[in-house]
Design a protein around this ligand. Structure first.
Ligand code: AR6
Length: 321
């Protein structure tokens, strides 16, 4: 746990292992393979010459040499031939075998490119989904942090219907007028609660302190009859962060973390707003991030990876990441 989707150059990552989208010879090539060999230095090629190649769907491991990563796991993705040649099964094997090799070598952090989505021609959106589905399945039984690295944004092809409805929703809601209304509302609230109208003492006011974010989170987990692990895994949140929140009744999460929990708990919009308020945040129509979240909640779509695809497509920060 968990899975992060990041936009980066895989050769720059300081993780335990990076995965290389290689070819059957393992002797280097273009794309991410070429970049990894250039950054790792000549010793990587020397070592690869001794490995005897690699079959499609299988994986082999070497050191990272001059790379910041400790290991390189070399796997060979399928060449796309229309989908009728077990390409999907081979691609699943690439991720699965690479993850098993990482586990055998006690790697805790592993980064993957989107295998086969470049020179090997696998449809980018589908290649991305195979990557996330296979990694998530593995992570449900294994304690590891996995990064799926996007180098070229075209790999991300979120569902077209969702994207066109979402664009319409954003256009309708993302107006300067809304930002103005927001400010007017905020000043009205400020005025109502200002000291001149409030006759009770500060001590009395403090006694009325409300349920905290962490208390509400734990209550909702119970109400939804979820286990802690089900909730933080669904929220794509690290176990350590969850136990910090569990132990500290006054824990203040970041806004994406608070929203990730609301999504995992499948809260309604008013419940989500209530939970966010407890962490000091709100959903407004003055920024795209909030509107995208609102759109998914209104549509009852609590799939955090579909939400992240949409956030990514609109250049917003991702949930749980
Ligand atoms: N960091 C992360 N991802 C990258 C990087 C990078 N530095 N560079 C490219 N990508 P490809 P394949 C992405 O073609 O389709 C080689 O010649 C890229 O945007 O590297 O499995 C091998 O030797 C794309 O999404 O690998 C094989 O002959 C993804 O990596 C053949 O290409 C995979 O693109 C393998 O083809």
């Amino acid at each position: 746990m968990p899975l992060f989707i990041i936009k980066d150059d895989i050769t720059k990552l300081s993780v335990d292992a990076i995965v290389n989208a290689a070819n059957n010879t393992l002797l280097g090539g273009g794309g991410v393979d070429g970049a990894i060999h250039r950054a790792a230095g000549k010793k990587l090629l020397e070592k690869c010459k001794t490995l005897g190649g690699c079959k499609t769907g299988e994986a082999k491991i070497t050191k990272g040499y001059d790379l910041p990563a400790k290991y390189v796991i070399h796997t060979v993705g399928p060449i796309w031939q229309g989908g009728g040649f077990k390409e999907r099964e081979s691609l699943i094997s690439c991720y699965h075998n690479s993850l098993l090799l990482a586990k055998e070598n006690k790697c805790k952090t592993v980064a993957f490119p989107i295998i086969s989505s470049g020179a090997y021609g696998y449809p980018k959106g589908e290649a991305f989904r195979v990557a996330t589905d296979t990694v998530l399945e593995f992570l449900s039984d294994n304690d590891m942090t996995v990064y799926i690295v996007i180098y070229d944004k075209a790999v991300y092809e979120p569902d077209r219907r969702i994207m066109s409805e979402l664009s319409y929703f954003i256009d309708r809601n993302y107006e300067k007028k809304q930002a103005l209304n927001e400010r007017v509302r905020a000043s009205a609230v400020l005025c109502k609660s200002c000291a001149c109208e409030d006759k009770s003492s500060l001590d009395d006011a403090l006694k009325e302190i409300d349920e905290s974010f962490s208390e509400m989170l734990l209550r909702k987990i119970d109400e939804k009859k979820m286990t802690d692990a089900e909730c933080y895994k669904k929220a794509n949140i690290d176990r350590k962060l969850f136990s910090k929140i569990r132990k500290d009744v006054n824990y203040k999460p970041s806004k994406p973390t608070a929203i990730a929990f609301a999504i995992a708990l499948e809260l309604s919009l008013p419940e989500t707003e209530d939970m966010l308020k407890k962490a000091g945040f709100a959903l407004s129509h003055s920024n795209k991030f909030d509107i995208i979240i609102e759109y998914f909640i209104r549509n009852g779509n609590y799939n955090i990876f579909e939400i992240n695809e949409a956030l990514f497509a609109f250049d917003q920060s991702l949930l749980g990441a």
